[in-house]
Design a protein around this ligand. Structure first.
Ligand code: C2O
Ligand code: CU
Length: 458
């Protein structure tokens, strides 16, 4: 098994220091400056990579606030392209949602500013990223974690965030600028050749025997799906997409995370002092690789007794009334080996929602559906293609009712659901947030090539 590293050599041993902190100082970030930057993604001796970054780093600053607090951040755009910031998974007022043309004009290039300000109703793991020219802007490094702490967070020894991302780099560690290529756009999206954890290729992640870690995973990749296994460890999933659920151990210990999805894990470090354990990503079975090693320090165990797994308080998301919900069937189509829109009329558009391809330079289009404010809805999301699609709804949190007709045993909720090829999923939610909300595939090349729609709540 090889590292997913185009250079085929071990990168510098970037070992994270063991930081014994339970709760971190909350975010003091007041401004996000969007600008080109350079960062060592692969490590010496390879050159630094020219990226686009928030406040000079990829990922951007980790924003950490507490549930119920107000986020207030001014974004300054120093790119020479327009941009916006979308606060993925947050139930916020429509005008703060960061969708260009639909909820705000793009933040102008070379100095434009926009003030985002809204309350954080739900605790959990969220993230932020642009919603304009997404394949390129996210692909060049614009994203960051937004952590909303519980008012009374569970006791853990460490709260760590791994922002997972992948890059398509050449041998000089430069980004290959083939955004929106035909192959990527019409197939699985732009999957890179180098995977980074919070902005660097990591060899190892230091842990201590007996330690309990809350590990927050954020999939910030354009298109890559992860299937992470922690050898010698059995993580609990305690929240998905920020929303608490009954803690469970995923099948085969493998945590599957589509683009834009997040998982909160609790990992009890039961390994021996001095031992090493691989973290492997084998979502694409033929292309399994080692992400990094969990490396135990030689210190003795900080505790031996197992503790009960923490349960998080649910957020106050309204419960849909399933019996009286109005149903809609939404079919995602197109792609290679599927019914692609005619290239005569829809050049470069390969995907559809209910038969319609929508361009992402034109977010302002007629709504696919208009929903009555306060009413419950069930959407049957049908994947009529040969590809995976992580489908994301803005401004709301939905519950997953069933997959291919089988009731979902966990009743998990979230903002993004991964549809396997040729499957269907039922979701339910209360349309309680007025405005125009995107419903789209979070494989950004699919979104840009037609797979998006606007849902209006009026
Ligand atoms: Cu994470 Cu419409 O976006
Ligand atoms: Cu898709």
């Amino acid at each position: 098994m090889k590292r997913r590293n185009f250079l085929g050599v071990a990168a510098g041993a970037a070992t994270l220091a063991l930081a014994p902190r339970v709760s971190r100082p909350r975010s003091l970030v007041r401004t996000l400056r969007v600008a080109p930057a350079e960062q060592s993604l692969v490590g010496a001796p390879h050159p630094r990579t020219a990226v686009w970054a928030y406040n000079g780093t990829v990922p951007g600053p980790e924003l950490r606030l507490r549930q119920g607090e107000r986020l207030r951040i001014e974004v300054e755009n120093a790119l020479d392209a327009g941009t916006t910031v979308h606060w993925h998974g947050i139930r916020l007022p429509n005008a703060m949602d960061g969708v260009p043309y639909l909820t705000q004009p793009p933040i102008a290039p070379n100095g434009g500013r926009f003030l985002y300000e809204f309350d954080l109703p739900d605790a959990g793991t969220y993230w932020y990223h642009p919603h304009l020219g997404s394949p390129e802007q996210v692909g060049r490094g614009l994203y960051g974690a937004l952590i909303v702490e519980e008012r009374d967070p569970p006791a853990v020894d460490r709260d760590a965030v791994w922002v997972l991302s992948d890059w398509r780099l050449d041998r000089d560690a430069k980004i290959i600028e083939d955004f929106r290529g035909f192959m990527d756009s019409s197939h699985a999206g732009r999957i890179g050749n180098t995977v980074t954890v919070s902005g660097a290729v990591l060899e190892s992640f230091s842990v201590r025997a007996g330690e309990r870690i809350r590990l927050r995973l954020v999939n910030a990749s354009n298109a890559r799906i992860y299937g992470l296994g922690f050898e010698g460890h059995e993580p609990w999933v305690i929240a998905f997409d920020g929303q608490p659920l009954d803690p469970y151990r995923p099948a085969g210990g493998r945590v599957v995370l589509g683009p834009a999805q997040r998982a909160d894990l609790v990992i009890d470090c039961g390994g021996a002092p001095g031992s090493r354990h691989r973290v492997v990503d084998d979502f694409y079975r033929q292309r399994a690789y080692r992400l990094l090693d969990l490396v135990y320090s030689s210190d003795g165990a900080i505790r031996n007794k197992p503790r009960p797994v923490p349960r998080l308080q649910p957020n106050s998301v309204p419960m849909p009334d399933r019996a009286r919900a109005e149903r809609h069937r939404i079919v995602f189509g197109g792609g290679m080996m599927g019914a692609m829109p005619s290239q005569r009329e829809h050049k470069g558009m390969f995907w559809t929602v209910n038969g319609i391809p929508v361009r992402d330079d034109d977010h302002h289009h007629a709504p696919l559906l208009t929903l009555a404010r306060g009413r419950s809805y069930v959407f049957e999301l049908v994947n009529d293609t040969a590809w995976h699609h992580p489908i994301h709804l803005h401004g709301h949190v939905f519950t997953v009712l069933s997959r291919d007709g089988k009731p979902s045993d966990r009743g998990e909720s979230g903002d993004t659901v991964l549809l396997d090829p040729r499957t269907r999923v039922e979701i339910a939610f209360v349309a309680d947030n007025p405005g125009n909300w995107m419903l789209h595939c979070h494989i950004l090349e699919h979104q840009a090539a037609g797979m998006m729609a606007n849902i209006r709540v009026a």
